[in-house]
Design a protein around this ligand. Structure first.
Ligand code: AMP
Length: 191
């Protein structure tokens, strides 16, 4: 029987969560659940909901908790999540973290690892500006980046505190090459 990994990867915008999450999920053979990717796909599909989501994305604001929690509940209930998953970009607020705790309790499971990638602010901003140029992401424009950092401090920092308080947080230094950071994460997981 192989170990099931139910992982949450936390960290500010630009910390390299998406890159590390994709690599790690592939290595562990578990689904990579990126709520950011799911929201961008919803915005691209359009329709009333898509347009609503798009307005949040373009402002650098979080979409409402109720919406995102419903999306995650559906996704975690899918058969491919029965043997683990990696959550990237969720939870982003304290109510989301509490909703996830309740959801896992209902499912009779627990997270196995909560990791936070830590990177100094000036480095984050530089990385995001570069990504905006390379990938053409509308929310990587400089004014929107500043707003996303504020949102992170105000709404997402309490999520790290929530896991730290309950002794579930492992902080990983997010400065270095993709390989180096990946190695630090794998060490923490014993993977
Ligand atoms: P990301 O790619 O994770 O930086 O997410 C991009 C955008 O998607 C965020 O700025 C939010 O507008 C939205 N989003 C992603 N995940 C969440 C979440 N857990 N709660 C609320 N909004 C989210």
């Amino acid at each position: 029987m192989t170990t099931a990994y139910r992982i949450v990867l936390l960290g500010p915008p630009g910390a390299g969560k998406g890159t590390q999450a994709a690599r790690l999920a592939e290595r562990l053979g578990i689904p990579h659940i990126s709520t950011g990717d799911m929201m961008r796909a919803a915005a691209d599909r359009g329709g009333e909901l898509g347009e609503q989501v798009r307005s949040y994305l373009e402002a650098g604001h979080l979409v409402p908790d109720a919406l995102i929690v419903d999306v995650v509940r559906d996704r975690l209930g899918a058969p491919d999540c029965a043997h683990g998953y990696l959550l990237d970009g969720f939870p982003r607020t304290l109510p989301q973290a509490e909703a996830l705790d309740r959801l896992l309790q209902e499912l009779g499971t627990e997270l196995t690892h909560t990791l936070e990638l830590r990177v100094p602010l000036d480095l984050l901003t530089a990385r995001l500006i570069r990504r905006g140029r390379e990938q053409g992401r509308a929310d990587d424009d400089e004014a929107v980046i500043a707003e996303r950092m504020k949102v992170y401090e105000r709404q997402t920092r309490p999520v790290s505190d929530h896991y730290a308080r309950t002794d579930r947080l492992a902080v990983v230094d997010g400065v270095g090459t993709i390989e180096e950071i990946g190695e630090r994460i794998r060490e923490r997981l014993g993977a």
